[in-house]
Design a protein around this ligand. Structure first.
Ligand code: NDP
Ligand code: GDR
Length: 338
């Protein structure tokens, strides 16, 4: 049976990828960092916590990386672990650079020395493109990151490409645009919206959802559609770089309206700029409002991906559209809020 090692297995993508690989017959190992209370909720919600082999692992500890690679020598290694919250990266730029860039260099070096036959996947991101790019963005679009998070991911992306070109490693960089699900971390904007509005719909005294830049546009897909693309990259004869995206772009405001509609609210936008809010036409309740404190020091106005290469070379295409995604997320949060 093929073996895979997933860093970040406790995260959104780690959980979906682990389930996908188990269904394909893999022995799945996962790296989990030591915290006061193990975070197995996502693996448990997919019913797979007891089917994966978990190892104590931290990207900030070189020995941990070396030990995992030497011991397991997996057929495939998916590096999904990261400090993944863009806004936090301005607060914790050094930790972000170490976790998202230097640790990847360490993984690649350990693979070169101790397990050169392992196929490697790096979780790259549309944040690498930054502002003022052409749209839609493809593998050929220049990288101009606009956050410490994006800059660290660019370093890791180039390290992955170099490992492939200099050392012949089977190393791929998946440039994934935003992808969400009911397992999305609560601090990311889609889940913040669906959770907050679901609580309001349940009549809980939750108050409006407080948001930052409502004009930002993102290409939002479903995480469950995106993890098979990671696997497909590693089944190719050689590593490569692939954009994974839906090709559609939606503003934060439009996503909030989709989620509100799905819950039976009738949102009406009032005010503008920092004074913008949305109220429910039915009962005048405030659904969301803006707080300038949540706007970022550097924003990317618009991301929209061109996944033509993945479609042609990997036969990959997304299934869920943003409307289905918003509906699935509010349904799950509405049930949770019961
Ligand atoms: P999550 O935030 O849900 O998961 C991140 C994972 O990384 C968690 O398992 C977390 O562990 C782990 N982790 C963080 N720091 C360390 C560390 N020092 N050592 C070991 N593990 C660590 O992210 P996603 O699942 O959404 O994203 C997966 C990857 O894809 C990330 O690299 C992200 O940057 C990238 N990406 C995500 C996109 C998206 O839209 N979701 C789009 C493009 C790229 P713990 O549970 O202990 O916190
Ligand atoms: P992003 O996702 O930064 O694109 O990174 P996030 O959901 O955090 O923000 C998306 C857009 O929404 C705007 N926004 C808010 N964001 C948050 N988190 N909270 C708010 O209240 C809020 N209000 C408005 C943001 O300014 C931004 O424009 C995600 C992560 O998964 C990364 O790891 C990944 O690399 C990229 O997607 C692609």
């Amino acid at each position: 049976m093929p073996t895979a090692f997933i860093t970040g297995i406790t995260g959104q993508d780690g959980a979906y990828l682990a389930r996908f690989l188990l269904q394909k017959g893999y022995v799945v190992h996962g790296g989990m960092r030591r915290i006061s209370q193990p975070r197995l909720a996502r693996l448990e919600s997919l019913g797979i916590a007891r089917h994966v082999q978990l190892h104590e692992f931290d990207l900030l500890e070189s020995g941990s990386i070396l030990r995992a690679i030497r011991m397991l020598q997996p057929d495939e290694l998916y590096n999904l672990a990261a400090q993944s919250h863009v806004a936090t990266s301005w607060e914790l730029p050094v930790l972000t650079a170490h976790t998202n860039a230097l640790a990847v260099v360490e993984i690649l070096d350990a693979l070169r020395l101790f397990s050169p036959g392992t196929r490697f996947y790096q979780a790259s991101t549309s944040e690498m493109f930054g502002q003022d790019t052409t749209a839609p963005q493809s593998e050929a679009t220049p990288l101009r990151p606009r956050s410490p998070y994006g800059a660290a991911k660019v370093h890791a992306h180039h390290a992955t490409v170099n490992a492939r070109e200099s050392h012949g490693l089977h190393a791929s960089s998946g440039i994934l645009f935003n992808h969400e699900s009911p397992l999305r971390g609560a601090e990311f904007v889609t889940r913040k919206i669906t959770r907050g509005l679901a609580r309001l719909a349940r009549g809980q005294d939750a108050g409006p959802v407080v948001l930052g830049n409502l004009d930002a546009r993102r290409d939002w897909g479903f995480a469950g559609d995106y993890v098979p693309a990671m696997w497909r990259m590693l089944q190719e004869d050689a590593g490569g770089d692939y954009v994974i995206a839906t090709g559609r772009t939606t503003s934060v405001r439009e996503f909030a309206c989709l989620a509100a509609d799905a819950l039976g609210f009738e949102p009406e936008i009032i005010g503008d700029g920092p004074g913008e809010a949305a109220v429910d036409r039915a009962d005048g309740r405030c659904l969301w409002r803006v707080s300038p404190a949540l706007c970022r020091p550097g924003e990317i106005d618009m991301l929209q991906g061109d996944a033509s290469r993945a479609r042609e070379a990997l036969g990959w295409a997304p299934v869920l559209q943003v409307e289905d995604l918003a509906l699935a997320m509010v349904r799950a949060d509405y049930d949770d809020a019961a």
